[in-house]
Structure formats: structure tokens, C-alpha cells
Write a protein that binds this ligand. Structure first.
Ligand SMILES: NC(=O)c1ccc[n+]([C@@H]2O[C@H](COP(=O)([O-])OP(=O)(O)OC[C@H]3O[C@@H](n4cnc5c(N)ncnc54)[C@H](OP(=O)(O)O)[C@@H]3O)[C@@H](O)[C@H]2O)c1
Length: 271
């Protein structure tokens, strides 16, 4: 689609933001509402949803619907198809999916890893399948998946999280290829450390040389990249190329050390 068109012209009349109550999701919501799109915001906490929706209605005067839902629930395929069928979405953003706290894979109950697989793999697939079918029929629309630099290489302490974020990048690449001639834009927006309420609550510690990105800067960059590339890295392509140039085991050791540092745990493996 033409880069000159507004977000509302390209992706109106309504956007669905999965994980839209705070942080990056709330910034997407504010930016899209500012462009005139109506919104549906999904998250688990009704209080946070109501607060964000109320603020956006007051500031931008658009319609904002909220849905309380656990996106890792087992009935997500049917919920996704009901939610998508109920409205005319020109844009779907799958933002939910951070890890909260880290430790070795075997030191956590298997349910924790399976929950991340449900949240970051099964649920994006369900929403993408339901939404993209309608968009392809209309010949317009967009889908953004939010991934992480953790998805670029395996990492100890966040093994299942990193693998689930790799899934989102690779899924977006394939969907972009399949839908590029149908007028439907697919993007995986890859975040590095970003200042969000979830990140602040989760006990991450400051690490020298790692300055969190502002959530609005990330959301704005991702919207600017939609329709221009299958994968957009908030840190820039040069940093990603540097990571890719490292021998894979060294990159994993490096990522594991950073994970340990960020969560204030003593690295006791490897090398
Ligand atoms: N923050 C970072 O440093 C960072 C770095 C790299 C990548 N990312 C990626 O950026 C995205 C956003 O991260 P975040 O830090 O804002 O934390 P998050 O825990 O993913 O929360 C973001 C939003 O998703 C909702 N959410 C989380 N789990 C949910 C669930 N099971 N069902 C429904 N809604 C859910 C949250 O509301 P509720 O909790 O009320 O449900 C909130 O509105 C994630 O995909 C993450 O992987 C973040």
C-alpha cells in the first residue's frame, strides 16, 4: 500500500490489540486512536484495560471496546475466531508475551514453559489464521507480531521464552511471503529491552550499557515499518548483523550471561 496513506486509510476502521492495556500495547492504542482508528483492547486485568480505554476515549473520542481474556487459555482458537468474526479489523497487533522472571528450564515447572508456548506460538497462530483470511478476502489489512532479541539465538535461563519468540519471527517471515501480493502487510517487530510496566514489576535490574527503549518510540517505529519489511529490529540492522556474525555457541553464552545479569542471578553454567 502507498506510504502516503494515513494509518486509518490503510488499516481502519478498527484495530485489535492483544495485550493492549499497558506499555507497548497502550502506546500502539494511543497512536492508532490518534490516527482515527476505533480499538478493541484485550488483556487479563480489567482495571488496567478500563483505565487505558477511558483515557483513549477522552483524548481521542474513538470507540474503544475491552475484552478480558487470558491469551494462553486452551480455548483460544474458538475465542480468536469469535473475536475476529465480531468486528471489521484492518489491523491486528499481537503484543502480549513477555517473560516474568527467569531460571533454568529444569528448575521451573513444565507448565511455565507450556504457558509461553501457548501465549507466543499457539495464540498468535489462532489470531493470525482467523484475521488474515478476512483481510485477504478484502485485499487489505495488517498484522504485527511483537518479538524479542531473545528470539535470535538460544539462551539459558529463558530457553522456552527465547524459542517462543523465535517462532513469532519465523512465522511472520513466512506469512509476509504468502500474503505480499494480497494487499495484507505482515510485520514482526523485534524489541530489545523496553521500559514497560511489566518489565518494571518483574524485578529486572539495571545493566551497564543496556538502556531500555521508551515504549512509545518502539510502537511508533513498528507502525512506521509496517508495509516496508517482514521483520523490523528496534535496535537497528547493524546490531543484529553483529550478533549474527558471532559463532552460534558464543552468541548463546553471551545471551545467557545477559539474561542472568538482567535478572540479578549468578550464571553457573557453560563454558
Ligand atoms: N519489556 C521488554 O523489555 C521487552 C523486551 C523484548 C521483547 N518484549 C516483548 O514486548 C511485548 C510486551 O512486553 P511487556 O513488557 O509489555 O509485557 P507483557 O507481560 O507481555 O504485557 C503486555 C500486555 O499484554 C497483556 N498480557 C500479558 N499476558 C497476557 C495473557 N496471558 N493474556 C492476555 N493478555 C496478556 C498485559 O496485560 P495483563 O498482564 O493484564 O494481561 C499487557 O497489556 C512482549 O511480546 C515481549 O516479549 C518486551
Amino acid at each position: 500500500m502507498s506510504g502516503a496513506a494515513t494509518l486509518a486509510e490503510r488499516y481502519g476502521p478498527r484495530a485489535l490489540i492483544l495485550g493492549g492495556s499497558e506499555g507497548i500495547g497502550a502506546e500502539f492504542a494511543d497512536l492508532l486512536a490518534g490516527s482515527g482508528l476505533d480499538l478493541t483492547l484485550v488483556a487479563r486485568s480489567a482495571a488496567a484495560l478500563n483505565e487505558t480505554a477511558g483515557k483513549i476515549r477522552r483524548v481521542h473520542g474513538v470507540d474503544v471496546e475491552i475484552i478480558e481474556l487470558d491469551l494462553a487459555a486452551p480455548d483460544i482458537p474458538s475465542r480468536a475466531s469469535d473475536i475476529i468474526a465480531a468486528r471489521d479489523y484492518g489491523l491486528v497487533i499481537y503484543n502480549a508475551g513477555a517473560t516474568h522472571g527467569v531460571s533454568l528450564f529444569l528448575d521451573q515447572p513444565v507448565e511455565r514453559a507450556l504457558n509461553l508456548v501457548a501465549l507466543n506460538c499457539a495464540s498468535p497462530v489462532a489470531f493470525a489464521h482467523a484475521a488474515l483470511g478476512k483481510m485477504r478476502e478484502k485485499g487489505r489489512g495488517g498484522l504485527i507480531l511483537i518479538s524479542s532479541m531473545s528470539g535470535l539465538v538460544g539462551s539459558g535461563y529463558v530457553a522456552a521464552y527465547a524459542a517462543s519468540k523465535a517462532f513469532e519471527i519465523v512465522l511472520a517471515e513466512g506469512l509476509h511471503w504468502e500474503l505480499q501480493r494480497d494487499g495484507v502487510d505482515i510485520l514482526c517487530a523485534v524489541a530489545s529491552l523496553t521500559d514497560t510496566p511489566a518489565m518494571q514489576r518483574s524485578g529486572m535490574v539495571a545493566v551497564e550499557g543496556l538502556t531500555p527503549m521508551d515504549a512509545r518510540t518502539f510502537a511508533s517505529g513498528a507502525l512506521g515499518a509496517l508495509g516496508t519489511t517482514p521483520v523490523w529490529y528496534a535496535v537497528g540492522d547493524t546490531a543484529v548483523e553483529g550478533l549474527r556474525a558471532m559463532p552460534r555457541p558464543a552468541a548463546t553464552a553471551n545471551a545467557s550471561a545477559i539474561s542472568a545479569q538482567l535478572w540479578g542471578i549468578e550464571a553457573d553454567r557453560g563454558g
